[in-house]
Design a protein around this ligand. Structure first.
Ligand SMILES: Nc1ncnc2c1ncn2[C@@H]1O[C@H](COP(=O)(O)OP(=O)(O)OP(=O)(O)O)[C@@H](O)[C@H]1O
Ligand SMILES: [Mg+2]
Length: 526
């Protein structure tokens, strides 16, 4: 364990006080942080409490890295505790202590996922070796989790998901523009995520604690829009019984989002133009102008440029709004985004409807990935929510999804070449039928094969590919490869040995690398 890391945290569970004391002394002396409890019930409660604290505010109370438990205890015994622990999202390693030394119980424990066992009485040396081995394993799986989280980060921005080059460009633009005061115009078909982009601009702006004020210009009757936006004085018109602030003022130093800007009439366009030019508003019925401070983001699903040419939209207003333009590609032209979006909305829908579905059937996944989505992401979300709500089995089937389009109407749109995925390739012969379906690209994480997967195999394959790739980019320099991977030299050596990559990279893994034209870790995450 690297000296930079905090000491590993160990929970000792045994109903025998003298053994608890012995273990506490040995393990504390060896530099670990030790906590002792006298029963399985107490242990479960303590472990669950830590999980809860971490859900509320991660890292307040570090979860245990290792549980060292007695097998035979009154009430909740070692095996029951083991099963409980294994069901956690990030389970600690478990070492079983058995007084009987019968191979049967020990084997049962190992089968249920215990990392190792110790037969009482044991020597201090023996204890420390077994503990260290378990903690090493734990450190590696924790690093795997971190590695995956890191890779997936690039696919998200604020609440948006997207791995396609088109969305990656949008993310980049948002990151660059958000901290500036520039007006932004967002253009895209209905349901492509215009509002989400506007929100992200606000969230990533320097004024994200100031108000976020979305206005649907199409939903407000023309005659009311002016007073809604600019406010009015008491008595300005029938029904105006009190002074009222407009939305531009409400927005303060925050963001006003003028949605469906293409729908406002020419008279309103003229008024809005003045506001943009002078950064001042005049409430209806007032003679006093008020300065505005908010950032202006507008959106439309119309071709505003064409509307300008037809003289339906003022060119000068378009020019003012369009300082920065963000274009959202229709979902049917960024097919790579479909699988992660399915994954995302499937997860949300399951939670929302409290349906513990195990995953999507192959057929359901096929239907969803081949659908043209005229209503874009909103339609994808609706399709999934509906199918989840109606599903009667424990898997999401194609039963309640739209039927596949007839062949002749299917546009011959070739899928873009699958770029390097977080998801691993697994050779078809790697592990028999359990992995065969994973050779198909895109979203293996949501395309669960009938028989499930072998997580260890998938993770070690991913690890192998990343390490080989890092070594390639580092021209074989291990120190540089370790830096690229964000791991220590020691950890890299351990992994090379474990994966049998110790000597020259073997030619079969080089094939994998040639899939990736850039071959760099950073290129993959972009
Ligand atoms: N990239 C994305 N990742 C995750 N969810 C998305 C993404 N884009 C859109 N959504 C979701 O899809 C739905 C539609 O998005 P949004 O309302 O932003 O679209 P819109 O372009 O404003 O549509 P409209 O033109 O109909 O108003 C929302 O529920 C939104 O959360
Ligand atoms: Mg919208």
């Amino acid at each position: 364990v690297s000296s930079l890391n905090p000491p590993a945290r160990i929970l000792v569970v045994d109903d025998e006080p003298s053994l608890r004391e012995f273990l506490s002394i040995c393990l504390t002396r060896a530099g670990y942080e030790v906590e002792c409890l006298a029963s399985g019930t107490q242990a479960m409660a303590r472990i669950d409490a830590i999980v809860q604290v971490n859900q509320a505010a991660p890292r307040n109370d570090k979860p245990f890295d290792l549980v060292l438990t007695d097998l035979t205890m009154p009430g909740v015994d070692g095996l029951a505790l083991l099963r409980h622990v294994r069901a956690l999202e990030d389970p600690p390693e478990v070492i079983m202590m058995t007084a009987f030394g019968t191979t049967d119980t020990a084997i049962e424990a190992i089968k249920s996922g215990a990392q190792d066992y110790l037969t009482k009485p044991f020597k201090v040396d023996e204890l420390l070796v077994v503990v260290e081995r378990a903690l090493e394993k734990r450190a590696l799986s924790a690093e795997n989790l971190a590695l995956r989280a890191h890779l997936q980060q690039g696919e998200r921005l604020d609440q948006m998901i997207g791995r396609s080059p088109a969305m990656q460009r949008v993310f980049e633009l948002i990151r660059r523009v958000a901290p500036t005061p520039a007006n932004v115009l967002i253009i895209g078909e209905s349901g492509t995520g215009k509002e989400l982009v506007a929100r992200a601009l606000h969230q990533l702006s320097l004024q994200n604690t100031a108000p976020w004020v979305p206005v649907n210009c199409a939903a407000i009757p023309t005659q009311l829009l002016e007073s809604e936006l600019f406010g009015h004085k008491r008595g300005a018109f029938t029904g105006a019984q009190i002074d009222r602030k407009g939305l531009f003022e409400t927005a303060g130093h925050g963001t006003i989002f003028l949605d469906e800007i293409g729908e406002i009439d020419l008279a309103m366009q003229a008024k809005l133009l003045r506001v943009l030019q002078e950064r001042k508003i005049r409430p209806v019925g007032s003679s006093v102008e008020i300065p505005i401070h908010c950032r202006i983001v507008a959106a439309t699903n119309r071709d505003l440029q064409a509307a300008v040419e037809r003289e339906e939209f003022r060119g000068d207003l378009y020019f003012r709004l369009n300082v920065i333009q963000i274009n959202l590609t229709p979902l049917r032209h960024r097919l790579q985004d479909i699988p992660p979006l399915i994954d995302h909305f499937f997860g949300l829908a399951k939670t929302k409807m409290q349906k513990p579905l195990k995953g999507l059937t192959h057929e359901a996944m096929n239907r969803l990935t081949n659908y043209p989505y005229p209503g874009n992401i909103r339609e994808l979300q609706n399709l999934i929510e509906r199918a989840v709500a109606l599903e009667a089995t424990s898997w999401l089937t194609a039963e309640n999804l739209p039927p596949p389009a007839p062949l002749e109407s299917q546009a011959p749109s070739p899928r873009p070449p699958a770029t390097i995925d977080v998801a691993p390739h697994i050779g078809p012969a790697a592990n028999g039928p359990r992995t065969a379906e994973f050779t198909e690209q895109s979203a293996p994480l949501s395309r669960w094969p009938e028989l499930g997967i072998t997580l260890e195999q998938v993770l070690s394959d991913l690890e192998r590919r990343l390490i080989t790739s890092a070594l390639e980019d580092a021209n074989g320099t291990r120190r540089e490869a370790a830096r690229l991977l964000g791991i220590t030299m020691r950890s890299l050596r351990y992994r090379l040995e474990k994966l049998g990559l110790e000597s020259e990279p073997d030619p079969s893994t080089r094939d994998d690398i040639s899939d990736d034209e850039n071959g760099t870790l950073s290129a993959r995450t972009k």
